[in-house]
Write a protein that binds this ligand. Structure first.
Ligand code: TRP
Length: 331
């Protein structure tokens, strides 16, 4: 079976955009592939420098994916930090990574440009973790012989860099030591609108949290921006982020009948929001319960991640051994 691998950076709290845009598609992929999904905690360290904040984010993301249906019996699910082979491989890869390749990374270049625009030194506030981010990410991927890396479009360059680095090593030792991975950008993934109608994103501050209490969920939905159409006016469902969100949670019969009510007039935005809250809460209630149960039982969560790490290390240690042998450091 082909291997699909992806990393989840633990920054911030999960929102509905993550659920429909990343979690659900990844869980669907896990039905067809040998899936290896991990919490990229050392990647988050580059930006999150508060220990309790990082700890909370790691726990929240892990519990969130499990609550959303990730089956740890079928997906190898682990923390990156629990697989120290990652960091050994990253050191090996560094020796084969041209510095110029890192200079060309979009994320690094964007950070430099921002500095320059502000009239600051180009490298102000940029740490080596950010600069060598693509090497660590290549190690994550190459360690597990990944065939596919499901990522958002913003990450495809990183996967291409992993291909380049693996290629350089295979070429140097005249041997297929590392599998060349392919980026898998899922085209059919829903774009989830946020409260203001733009794409739901932490950086826009327009998110609806995935695991809030019922009343916080409701409050967020009530804050969705609408136009000034009155209750009686017919409304266009296809131009309403309330309806777009509703469709994600509702079955097609429900969506058709709500669309008809929009078009017929007589339904105000308040009522449309109530309908959205009803279907969203219906889907999210069981997730919320599982999430809260996992957060309340940290030993259980740790146990799940530890058993994932054990499986991961079995695979990872084989790769590192293979590399050590080839490079001549196998004492
Ligand atoms: N860089 C990815 C992101 O920011 C997270 C990540 C780290 C990752 N390592 C990975 C994704 C390996 C895919 C494969 O979203």
């Amino acid at each position: 079976m082909k291997v699909a691998l992806t990393g989840i950076k633990p920054t911030g709290i999960l929102h509905i955009g993550n659920y429909f845009g990343a979690i659900r598609p990844a869980l669907r992929l896990a039905e067809q592939y040998d899936a290896r999904y991990f919490i990229a905690d050392y990647h988050a360290l580059n930006t999150v420098k508060d220990g309790s904040e990082l700890r909370r984010a790691i726990t929240g993301i892990a519990a969130g994916w499990l609550a959303a249906g990730l089956d740890p019996e079928r997906v190898v699910f682990y923390r990156q930090s629990s697989v120290p082979e990652t960091f050994e491989l990253a050191t090996i890869l560094s020796a084969f990574t041209p510095k110029g390749l890192m200079n060309r990374a979009h994320a690094y270049k964007a950070a430099v440009q921002q500095n320059t625009e502000k009239g600051e030194d180009g490298d102000a506030g940029i740490n080596m973790g950010l600069f060598t981010y693509p090497v660590l990410m290549a190690a994550d991927i190459l360690l597990f012989d990944a065939d596919f890396v499901p990522v958002g479009r913003d990450q495809t360059q990183h996967v291409e860099m992993a291909q380049d680095i693996a290629g350089a090593i295979n070429y140097n030792y005249k041997k297929e030591l590392l599998k060349i991975p392919a980026a898998a950008v899922q085209e059919d993934v829903a774009v989830v609108p946020g409260l203001d109608g733009r794409k739901m994103s932490k950086s826009y501050g327009n998110t609806i949290p995935l695991f809030s209490t019922e009343s916080v969920l409701r409050k967020h939905i009530m804050r969705i921006v609408t136009n000034s159409q009155g209750v009686d006016e017919p409304k266009d469902p296809d131009n309403s982020q309330i309806f777009t969100l509703y469709k994600l949670f509702a079955d097609s019969g429900e969506a058709d009948s709500l669309a008809a009510r929009y078009r017929g007039g007589g339904m105000g935005w308040g009522e449309a929001k109530e309908e959205l809250f009803r279907v969203a809460n219906r889907e999210l209630s069981p997730l919320r319960e599982r999430y809260n149960a996992l957060i309340a039982e940290p030993e259980r969560l740790d146990g799940i991640l530890a058993s994932g790490a054990e499986k991961a290390r079995t695979i990872a240690s084989r790769t590192v051994k293979r590399l050590r042998k080839a490079i001549g450091i196998d004492f």
